[in-house]
Write a protein that binds this ligand. Structure first.
Ligand code: COI
Length: 376
């Protein structure tokens, strides 16, 4: 399970935020336009007025910590990321609590994963301090953009890419780190209702020794054709199997997956190197264990799940991630099977976990694991 290894205290956070030079936009979004965007946010469609940015060069290291106007990037057509996909990202959220304070969830875990992804993609590591400082500086600058509605939050997208204009295949000597922010409601347009899953038996997302456990754009690009195939088969999302044997559940591409059995145990695919180590995943494992549930990280054969759906041994299946939080799965289909999960309605445990997690994130219950960090 991921644990938070670096806690940043409020006083230290003030010092980190001060490292960012803020140049306010000369064309802020009018209040009425912003309020309209906040009233009905759709995932990833509207962005705040500013973005955080830090530049890296091989000879200087990380320099020019700044908050600047949100806007297009000017890129040379030879920019390395456009050719060789040397890029990583993270997904996080800022939550407004009832007293108006703004918090984020386990930022050090995302910072640590970002550093691991950077290592795998031969990008320079960004320190936890710069990662968290950039987020806090951006959220403070764009504070009016944090929505207050139920299930709404400010989605944060830190990312890093090879910005050097060079076509040779080697790690870039110039890199940009940015964080952008977007007010969001539920990830799926239908809100919290069960999604249907197509298990891809023809395509894989990642393989042993590949980049499956790094959060890099290429993994998501590889999921798009199978995702289209899922939709052609009447399903919302695709689930991938391991590439070595084509028989064990891995993940949905943008979300981890959990299975609940009739004995109340909670199972999720173990981290084999080709699965992303989700922060939501590890938090759910902790919450389930807190409630005395048996939590099992293991290789889960698709055949066992399909049989379990037919026999009733598998009671609930759900997906999880920062964007989708906890999303019930109501149907699991593939080339030779098509099963409703339970009665097709959101599972009881699925929704209990979702409620407990969001209650912690929105400050409605005690944060007993110290997962929240105040940003503003
Ligand atoms: C997230 O859950 O934040 C993700 O990164 C998944 C997806 C939106 C790409």
């Amino acid at each position: 399970m991921t644990t938070t290894s670096h806690d940043i205290l409020p006083a230290e956070l003030e010092d980190l935020v001060k490292l960012f030079d803020v140049t306010p936009t000369d064309s802020p979004t009018p209040d009425d336009e912003r309020e309209a965007a906040l009233a009905a946010p759709r995932f990833g469609t509207v962005f705040t007025d500013h973005m955080a940015r830090i530049t890296w060069r091989k000879d200087t290291g990380w320099i020019d910590r700044r908050i600047e106007k949100y806007g297009p990037l000017l890129l040379d057509p030879a920019t390395a990321v456009l050719h060789y996909a040397q890029e990583i990202f993270e997904g996080m959220k800022a939550y407004k609590h009832a007293d108006g304070s703004v918090w984020t969830f386990r930022p050090a875990a995302n910072a640590a994963r970002f550093a691991r992804s950077a290592h795998r993609l031969a990008l320079p590591p960004l320190s936890v301090d710069d990662f968290v400082g950039s987020i806090a500086a951006l959220v403070r600058t764009d504070l009016p953009w944090v929505p207050g509605g139920e299930d709404s939050s400010l989605y944060l997208r830190p990312f890093m890419f090879a910005s050097e204009a060079f076509l040779g295949v080697r790690p870039a000597t110039e890199v940009e780190y940015l964080c952008i922010a977007s007010p969001v409601g539920p990830y799926f347009a239908g809100g919290v209702k069960p999604v249907s899953i197509w298990v891809s038996q023809d395509y894989h997302r990642a393989g042993p020794g590949g980049t499956g456990d790094a959060k890099c754009g290429g993994n998501y690009a590889a999921s798009l054709l199978p995702q289209t195939e899922a939709q052609e088969n009447g399903c919302d999302q695709v689930c991938f199997l391991d590439s070595a044997t084509n028989s064990f559940l891995e993940e949905l591409g943008g979300m981890n997956v959990f299975v609940v059995t009739d004995d109340g145990a909670v199972h999720t695919p173990e981290l084999t190197g080709s699965i992303l180590e989700g922060v939501t995943r590890s938090s759910i494992l902790q919450l389930a264990a807190d409630h005395g549930r048996e939590v099992v990280e293991r290789r889960i054969p698709l055949a066992e799940v399909v049989d379990g759906l037919a026999s009733g041994k598998v009671r609930e299946i759900f997906a999880c991630g920062t964007a989708a939080v906890v999303t019930p799965i109501g149907r699991l289909a593939g080339g030779t099977f098509d099963h409703t999960v339970g009665d097709g309605e959101p599972g009881e445990l699925t929704m209990a976990i979702r409620t407990e997690l969001t209650d912690i994130q929105y400050g409605r219950v005690e944060d007993r694991h110290g997962w929240l960090r105040r940003l503003a």
